[in-house]
Design a protein around this ligand. Structure first.
Ligand code: ZN
Ligand code: ZN
Ligand code: ZN
Ligand code: ZN
Length: 342
């Protein structure tokens, strides 16, 4: 059983890397935040090169590479936007620090894979900490955790790359899951994971439920349940997913539990009879249900809004006690709480 990297462990490592950076070159963090690529070109110990994306290999979560040397070499894909180049350069700088510090390497000893996954995730966290200030993140991502829309909003609010935003968001997931950045062809341009086996850059996810619907709708928006596909073709466990458009890309937030965009997240059923797939006509949730269908419309009730496909005949009220919508008969005169709660 592999000890999958937690975003929290990567962030802890990133904090130690930032301290190392300050000791190494005092004040460099601010200059790197303004323009990482330009700043690193002035460092005598490093060579920083732009190379075609095909030459960056696939070991990193970004299109870049680090060569220990000597001389130490950082390669960044030349096709990338300036924001993505800076994120990639900082990610590779993260490898440089971790490969040169015995203190930083200590964290890898407890990892069953020798620290491979932790090292790479820590590079992402290190880059994101430099590029995206905590007050800005706090302003956009509240305590319930990120939704696809708040992740996209955070990206629009700052000058940081989509990748930095994804890493900051995965640190705030309330449960194991992923934040995925998908390109127009449905491939993973970047993935950040928390408590689940990490997904590979470049892997195709464009045809799995929810992602498929978000792409084919043209709006980039969908939510429901899906399983992500790993490189060997095996599907992971079912996750609650929500997507939003993010400047030509699609951002997807996936969690096992406690989905921030849902009022109530029922436990996932892993075994048993096959459930039917449904699309709620009222709240746009894509869901599976084992429940008996409504006798009138033959659609089982949506786990998110509780409705079938029938047109409602009564005005329902939301009870602030149980957060369930009930018909008027469930409320005593003058009470805003339902009979179950009062
Ligand atoms: Zn890497
Ligand atoms: Zn619904
Ligand atoms: Zn019905
Ligand atoms: Zn109630």
């Amino acid at each position: 059983m592999v000890n999958y990297v937690l975003a929290a462990a990567a962030r802890h490592q990133a904090t130690a890397m930032l301290a190392e950076l300050e000791t190494h070159t005092p004040g460099a963090a601010q200059r790197l935040a303004r323009s990482a690529f330009t700043e690193l070109q002035t460092w005598p110990e490093l060579t920083v090169d732009l190379v075609p994306e095909t030459q960056t290999g696939s070991r990193c979560s970004v299109a870049g590479a680090y060569d220990f040397g000597p001389p130490a070499l950082i390669s960044v894909a030349d096709a990338a936007s300036p924001a993505r180049r800076d994120f990639t350069a900082l990610h590779e700088l993260g490898h440089h620090f971790q490969k040169h510090s015995l203190d930083l390497m200590e964290a890898f000893e407890s990892q069953s894979d020798g620290g491979l996954q932790l090292e790479d995730a820590a590079c992402d966290a290190f880059a994101a900490e430099i590029l995206l200030p905590t007050p800005l993140v706090d302003h956009h991502l509240d305590a319930t955790g990120p939704t696809a829309d708040t992740v996209a909003d955070l990206w629009r609010a700052g000058a940081a790359s989509r990748m930095a935003v994804c890493v900051r968001a995965v640190q705030r997931l309330p449960a194991p899951g992923h934040i995925l950045l998908l390109d127009g062809s449905g491939r993973i341009a970047f993935a950040a994971s928390h408590g689940l086996r990490p997904l590979r850059r470049g892997s195709f996810q464009g045809d799995i439920p929810v992602i498929d619907r978000a792409r084919s709708s043209g709006r980039g928006r969908a939510q429901g349940r899906t399983q992500v596909r790993y490189r060997d073709g095996i599907l992971g466990r079912e996750l609650h997913a929500q997507t939003a458009p993010m400047g030509g890309y699609l951002v997807a937030v996936l969690v096992t539990d406690s989905a921030p965009w849902r009022r109530f997240t029922p436990p996932t059923k892993d075994t048993g009879p096959q459930a039917g797939d449904y699309l709620c006509a009222h709240c746009d949730e894509e869901y599976r249900s084992f429940d008996p269908a409504c006798s009138a419309c033959r659609v089982p009730h949506c786990p998110e809004c509780g409705r079938c496909s029938c047109t409602p005949r009564v005005n329902e009220h939301l009870c602030p006690g149980c957060f369930i919508k009930h018909p008027p008969a469930m409320f005593a005169d003058g009470s805003d709480r339902c009979l179950d709660c009062s």
